[in-house]
Design a protein around this ligand. Structure first.
Ligand code: MN
Length: 285
């Protein structure tokens, strides 16, 4: 099942290249009073909603993908987790390029651990990326994004798969510089998630997916998740050793070699096998 959030926070089922409005299924979600529980309600209740979504699709209004504005399929993550230096070829390019390293000693993800991106940085592909500091180097990083389904802490690698709700394309946009990653990667619109959530059963092996990004039609990054240092299941184990993972949490799994700067007016085209593709426009903030 491919689920998107579009236009005025409508819920869409992606079917045969179209988007079917299944927003009526959202009526089954609970109405909250303060304090609102952490986590994304759509993901918390996804298993219960699936038959309602299928039912709503029978009479739902069909739209073409091109005619809607795609927002982040996850509206309310409790956190967005980032994985630094998680592809060997990106480690090598980071060691060679002081524009990336900025004096840091590049080691391994095991040494560095993970980082968090502010939830307020999250947008969907149609919202685009607004460069806050156009005079500095602003890089694209295309990544497989894993969406947590079942909550958990200290999740064993062997159990990790059961905690995944699905997958999406993530762009971990980055201002290069000497500041800590969480600061440089948390600017408004610097976390792009889209074009939709693909539920876990549609992806046979998340650790073997081709993915790429083009900028203005030119391929900049192209790799396969089989080259991850900490693969998807290890990342869940690693993250949950420190954080309780909650439904809707987003893990951006890391980026391969080929990171590079974007400018206002650029169009990024990102795709991952089995998920889909999205275009994201860059503008000045
Ligand atoms: Mn990254």
């Amino acid at each position: 099942m491919k689920l998107c959030r579009f236009d005025d926070d409508r819920l869409g089922l992606v079917e045969a290249g179209d988007i079917v409005d299944v927003s009526s299924a959202l009526d089954a979600l609970p109405r909250h009073r303060w304090p609102v529980p952490l986590g994304d309600d759509l993901i918390v209740h996804l298993d219960r909603l699936r038959p309602m979504i299928a039912d709503a699709a029978k009479n739902g209004i069909r739209r073409s993908v091109a005619s809607v504005k795609l927002k982040s399929p996850i509206a309310n993550p409790s956190k967005i987790i980032g994985a630094p230096i998680n592809y060997k070829d990106h480690i090598e390019e980071s060691k060679k390029d002081q524009g990336i390293a900025h004096g840091r000693v590049i080691r391994t993800i095991g040494d560095w651990g993970l980082f968090l991106k502010a939830n307020s940085s999250l947008v969907g592909p149609s919202e685009g990326v607004a460069l806050r500091f156009p005079d500095r180097r602003n890089d694209h990083e295309v990544e497989l994004a894993v969406i947590v389904g079942k909550p958990g802490s200290n999740i064993a690698r062997a159990d990790a798969r059961r905690h995944i709700a699905g997958y999406a394309i993530g762009l971990d946009m980055t201002v290069r510089g000497p500041e800590l990653p969480s600061f440089r990667k948390s600017i408004d619109s610097y976390a792009v998630l889209g074009p939709w959530l693909v539920t876990a059963e549609e992806i046979a092996d998340p650790n073997d997916l081709d993915f790429s990004i083009k900028v203005n039609g030119e391929t900049k990054q192209a790799s396969n998740t089989k080259h991850l240092d900490f693969d998807v299941f290890r990342l869940i184990e690693f993250a949950s050793a420190f954080y309780t993972l909650l439904p809707g949490d987003i893990i951006m799994t890391g980026t391969p070699a080929g990171v590079g700067p974007v400018q206002p007016g650029d169009v990024m085209h990102a795709e991952i096998a089995g998920i889909g593709a999205m275009d994201v426009t860059v503008r000045a903030a």
